[in-house]
Design a protein around this ligand. Structure first.
Ligand code: HSE
Length: 327
């Protein structure tokens, strides 16, 4: 919590919103977790796609979830990725304050581009706006991680943190929370989402619990190389460091066409890429839009040949995270 901030008036939540409004709309963006080598510690925010959410202040201590498009989301707040963080948030607020959240789900659950994180981050950023920024960004990540717990059984912040902070973030630790924003170069991102669902909990279950020291050495070399590459805007170093010797060999078997996509996208000029989060989406980074579009064509060609439905996006790195669009 921001120490200097005053009490929230509790008997009339509508008057108490220092932001002056009682409802707000937010765009909650997709994110790419892991960035290949940085399992659970690196993530990047995207400009497309986004969930659209509307958050309203209530003068009762309760959370109401509405799925706008009839999308089959759990409506019990404790079981909903937007609801669980808000339950935690209102428990830290005095008096009778609650929220109603309407979710227009555009980021498909189980796609690997941070669907659950978008709902969780959008809800807490919107709610905090209505509270006049009562909580810090770090508090918001702490609350939003309860949404990830609902979705995958585990608290991880590598989608949540970039969704809230924007850009690229390093989660140095979650106990205690230590989030380090990393300067993000002006790169283009191509995503292909083959239309199969991979549940994060399943994709975590299949991972080996132990790693060989030689693999760990290679992995932390790549993580450090990738972070240095981003900071120095060294595209060749970024490309060389997009290598994962621990997670990808296990998870890639869940994604039809993965090896071919990776090989041919790099041949088409991508700097590199791999599984987005826990998959099945695959992302590739490119230095310009022309290359990113050529990479998209390669992805389309491969999934047309395989005969698997897919969706593609060509987008850029979102430097600001969840966006307030109207209040
Ligand atoms: N780091 C998490 C995982 C991200 O790979 O399981 C899930 O989106």
């Amino acid at each position: 919590m921001h120490e200097q901030q005053g009490e929230i008036e509790t008997h009339d939540a509508k008057k108490s919103s220092p932001a002056g409004g009682t409802s707000v709309q937010v765009l909650a963006p997709a994110t790419v977790a892991n960035l290949v080598c940085g399992f659970d510690v690196l993530g990047m925010c995207l400009n497309e796609p986004n969930d659209l959410m509307e958050i309203k202040l209530l003068d009762e201590k309760k959370i109401v979830i509405i799925s706008a498009d009839g999308y089959p989301l759990p409506l019990d707040p404790a079981q909903n990725t937007a609801g669980a963080p808000l339950v935690e948030m209102i428990n830290e607020l005095p008096g009778n304050i609650g929220f109603e959240v309407t979710i227009h789900k555009k980021i498909k659950p189980g796609s690997g581009i941070g669907s659950s994180a978008a709902s969780a981050a959008g809800a807490v950023v919107g709610a905090n706006y209505l509270l006049g920024d009562f909580f810090s960004k770090q508090d918001l990540v702490r609350f939003a991680m309860f949404g990830e717990k609902v979705a995958s059984g585990v608290k991880h912040a590598d989608n949540i943190a970039p969704c809230i902070y924007g850009g690229i973030t390093l989660i140095r630790s979650i106990h205690p929370l230590d989030i380090v924003p990393i300067p993000a170069p002006e790169l283009f991102v191509t995503i292909v989402h083959p239309q199969i669902e991979v549940r994060t909990s399943d994709a975590r279950q299949i991972l080996r619990k132990e790693v060989l020291l030689k693999d760990a050495i290679r992995q932390w070399g790549n993580i450090a190389g990738l972070v240095a590459g981003f900071i120095q805007n060294d595209l060749s170093l970024i490309g060389r460091s997009l290598e994962d010797v621990i997670i990808e060999p296990v998870r890639s078997i869940l994604i039809p066409g993965f090896d071919e996509v990776k090989l041919k996208c790099k041949a088409a000029g991508a700097l590199g890429g791999g599984i987005s989060g826990s998959g099945p989406s695959i992302f590739m980074l490119s230095k310009d839009e022309q290359t990113a579009t050529a990479v998209e064509s390669v992805m389309k060609e491969i999934y047309n040949k395989i005969g698997l439905a897919y969706h593609t996006y060509v987008t850029t790195i979102n430097q600001t995270g969840v966006k307030i669009i109207n209040n």
